[in-house]
Design a protein around this ligand. Structure first.
Ligand SMILES: *[C@@H]1O[C@H](CO)[C@@H](O)[C@H](O)[C@H]1NC(C)=O
Ligand SMILES: *[C@@H]1O[C@H](CO)[C@@H](O)[C@H](O)[C@H]1NC(C)=O
Ligand SMILES: *[C@@H]1O[C@H](CO)[C@@H](O)[C@H](O)[C@H]1NC(C)=O
Ligand SMILES: *[C@@H]1O[C@H](CO)[C@@H](O)[C@H](O)[C@H]1NC(C)=O
Ligand SMILES: *[C@@H]1O[C@H](CO)[C@@H](O)[C@H](O)[C@H]1NC(C)=O
Ligand SMILES: *[C@@H]1O[C@H](CO)[C@@H](O)[C@H](O)[C@H]1NC(C)=O
Ligand SMILES: *[C@@H]1O[C@H](CO)[C@@H](O)[C@H](O)[C@H]1NC(C)=O
Ligand SMILES: *[C@@H]1O[C@H](CO)[C@@H](O)[C@H](O)[C@H]1NC(C)=O
Ligand SMILES: *[C@@H]1O[C@H](CO)[C@@H](O)[C@H](O)[C@H]1NC(C)=O
Length: 617
């Protein structure tokens, strides 16, 4: 039985007269290293079922040391109405609280009255609808607030007041329609904000005006049609701006330093690029015109499915490494089109209306670093590999859907010594020719790649590639097939790595060390606790591989000498009785929480531990 419900009638505390006292306890305790920010000991409270009238008491609260080492509380498999304020009163060093998927409906100021050390608060996937004024105002230490996947449709003007340390704010997947211009005005330390997948329609010019440290803004998946004025202009540290899947016709980034702009699935017709932009992902727009004047940094440009027909501005981007122009009506290429892109590694020209004569000697002469070239679904009819003689680094070549009848495959390794993959489906192959070609390519260690999805099963084919056996009959190739393996439009989390997360990854080792220390400290506490109250919690530590047996048989396994154990024992039995007496005394006066504040000796011992940790770092 994990949950203890004690019914105390009005004989006890006047404050909670006639209400149920719900006893919470840690069902599992783990030492944990958080490479992000801190380390600590985590208490998991499971299977709570509370409603709006529940009053809580923390069962293990009669163990001082134990309360002090708890730095994280997570509610699991629980049903709550709001955040039990008692956890903050009891665990005074609480830095992180998670209550995800707990059905929380309400957040109010009263919940966080005692949350004086809290840094991270996560209440994902609950049912919160509204953030009232000053709701977090007592948690001035908060750095991370995650309220994603709730039902928030209203944030009052002063909801975020006093959150001067807040660095990461996540409001993803809520029901926000509008954001008042002032609501983030106090969030001066903000580094990352996510309001993606809401129903926002307008971004006010001054929404981020006070958040000068912002490096990441994610507002994708809304219905934003207008971003007023120069909304990002003052954000000199902005690195990533994701406005994908909105209804924008224009965006002003000219005066920002933003390095990565994600803006697929909008209605842009033109774009004025700022000078620092390195990565521009703008597929699925209607772009005809892009002004790159002054930009010297551009490395990746992905413009699949736009209306670009003139390459003259793009041709000046000499630092480009990845260029995707697929599904644009490019037409004939000029000799100069890619001539200054010496660093180009990937070039995608799928379905760009390139004809037989569009490629000439010189088109790729200077792209000596090119490793991947996609010329699929054009109208090449035949290929003269001599045009590609400078592409000595090429490993991937795609020429599907070009009505080719033959290619000079015999010498393919002379032209492309590093070629490892060729893709040539949907051409006009005669079967005996195709069969012979595939065998010989295989002998040269070139993979003949066929999309699994488009393999032919019900027509004449060689290895799933369609072919014919009739000198006069030509294959009708299908309408263009997107090369989905490139995932150009795929907004995967991994691609959105800010320097912050890279840096954090490196801190893991350090935090692991600190965690080891923490675990040692915890073990000591465990010994003490076992003597004091053998059944106060189950010690379980998967992450650090401390054997389960540690919990129960600790005294036997202990390195502490038996004399010390006896001394500890006597001391703690004494303490315990004193404690019980005091508790009885206090109970008759008022709330339990009032009694638990850190004593001086513990503060000193944490100071020592911190010094040790600094030494480790
Ligand atoms: C903004 O970042 C800088 C550098 O990281 C830091 O010194 C400064 O305190 C931050 N500003 C605020 C308001 O937190
Ligand atoms: C190229 O950039 C200039 C400004 O430098 C602009 O006027 C022109 O429209 C751009 N052309 C295209 C095709 O993007
Ligand atoms: C292109 O950008 C440059 C540099 O910011 C600017 O001076 C010029 O007016 C822009 N051209 C057009 C057509 O917007
Ligand atoms: C190929 O790339 C390397 C490094 O990325 C660069 O140093 C070199 O200049 C490039 N080659 C050419 C011909 O520019
Ligand atoms: C393929 O080429 C043949 C001539 O070799 C031509 O008759 C046919 O129309 C072409 N098909 C397509 C789809 O371009
Ligand atoms: C297939 O192509 C080869 C070489 O191009 C040719 O010799 C052969 O006659 C063709 N077969 C048919 C059925 O068209
Ligand atoms: C070859 O194609 C022509 C025209 O489609 C057709 O008349 C003829 O019967 C076909 N021959 C064979 C052997 O399939
Ligand atoms: C993105 O890629 C992942 C895995 O590569 C895939 O499961 C997902 O369906 C893709 N999403 C889109 C929108 O293409
Ligand atoms: C992380 O550490 C590796 C080596 O351990 C180093 O090469 C890299 O630059 C570091 N990254 C950061 C962001 O500090």
């Amino acid at each position: 039985m994990k949950l203890f419900i004690g019914v105390f009638m009005n004989l006890l505390l006047p404050r909670i007269a006639f209400s149920e006292l719900m006893e919470l306890k840690c069902d599992e305790i783990k030492a944990i290293s958080y490479y992000e920010r801190y380390y600590g000991t985590k208490c998991t409270i499971s299977d709570v079922s509370a409603d709006s009238s529940s009053t809580f008491v923390i069962r293990s609260a009669n163990n001082f040391e134990y309360n002090k080492i708890i730095q994280e509380v997570e509610f699991s498999n629980s049903k709550l109405y709001d955040m039990p304020r008692e956890i903050f009163g009891t665990f005074q060093f609480l830095k992180k609280v998670q209550a995800n998927s707990c059905g929380i409906e309400d957040v109010n100021k009263y919940n966080f009255n005692y949350a004086s050390a809290l840094q991270e608060l996560r209440m994902r996937s609950n049912k919160i609808k509204k953030l009232p004024n000053s709701v977090f105002s007592s948690i001035t230490t908060l750095t991370t607030l995650d309220l994603s996947s709730n039902e928030i449709n209203e944030i009052e003007k002063n909801a975020f007041v006093s959150l001067e340390s807040l660095e990461y704010l996540t409001l993803s997947s809520n029901k926000l329609v509008e954001l008042g211009e002032d609501i983030f005005k106090d969030l001066t330390a903000l580094i990352s904000i996510r309001i993606d997948n809401n129903k926002l329609q307008i971004i006010e010019e001054n929404l981020f005006a006070n958040c000068l440290n912002l490096s990441e803004i994610r507002i994708e998946g809304n219905e934003i049609a207008v971003i007023k004025g120069d909304a990002f202009g003052k954000l000199k540290d902005l690195i990533l701006l994701n406005v994908a899947s909105n209804r924008l016709h224009e965006i002003n980034i000219k005066t920002t330093n933003v390095e990565r702009l994600w803006i697929p699935y909008n209605n842009l017709k033109s774009l004025d690029v700022n000078k620092n932009l390195k990565f521009l992902y703008a597929p699925y727009n209607e772009l005809e015109m892009i002004n790159f004047t002054g930009n010297t940094e551009m490395m990746e440009l992905k413009l699949r499915q736009n209306s670009i027909s003139d390459l003259s501005n793009i041709s000046s981007l000499t630092g480009l490494e990845v260029l995707d122009l697929s599904y644009n009506p490019l037409g004939p290429l000029k000799v100069s089109s890619f001539a200054r892109m010496h660093d180009l590694i990937k070039l995608n020209l799928e379905f760009t209306q390139i004809k037989k004569n569009s490629l000439t000697y010189g088109t790729f002469s200077h792209n000596t670093n090119l490793t991947q070239l996609d010329l699929s679904y054009n109208q090449l009819l035949q290929i003269d590999f001599n045009i590609f003689s400078s592409l000595a680094q090429l490993t991937h070549l795609k020429v599907d859907g070009n009505n080719l009848t033959e290619i000079p495959f015999e010498n393919i390794k002379v032209n492309f010594p590093k070629l490892s993959l060729i893709s040539l489906t949907d051409n006009d192959w005669n079967c005996s020719y195709l069969s012979n070609m595939i065998k010989q390519l295989r002998a040269m260690n070139v993979i003949v790649y066929v999309f699994t999805k488009y393999r032919v099963y019900d027509e004449m084919n060689v290895d799933g590639i369609r072919c014919h056996n009739n000198a006069t009959k030509h294959v009708y190739w299908r309408s263009p097939i997107a090369h989905l393996d490139d995932n150009e439009a795929n907004l995967s989390e991994n691609d959105i790595r800010t320097p912050e997360t890279d840096l954090n990854a490196n801190l893991t080792k350090i935090w692991d060390k600190i965690s080891e220390l923490q675990i040692k400290m915890f073990k000591m506490n465990q010994k003490i606790n076992n003597v004091n109250d053998g059944k106060s919690f189950v010690y379980n530590n998967h992450e650090t591989q401390i054997p389960e047996s540690v919990g129960k048989n600790l005294i036997v396994q202990s390195e502490v000498s038996s004399i010390k154990v006896i001394l500890y024992l006597m001391f703690f039995i004494m303490m315990f009785f004193m404690f019980v007496t005091i508790i009885k005394f206090v109970k008759s006066y008022g709330s339990l929480q009032r009694f638990y504040y850190p004593n001086e000796s513990f503060r000193r011992s944490t100071a020592t531990i911190q010094t040790t940790m600094e030494h480790v770092m």
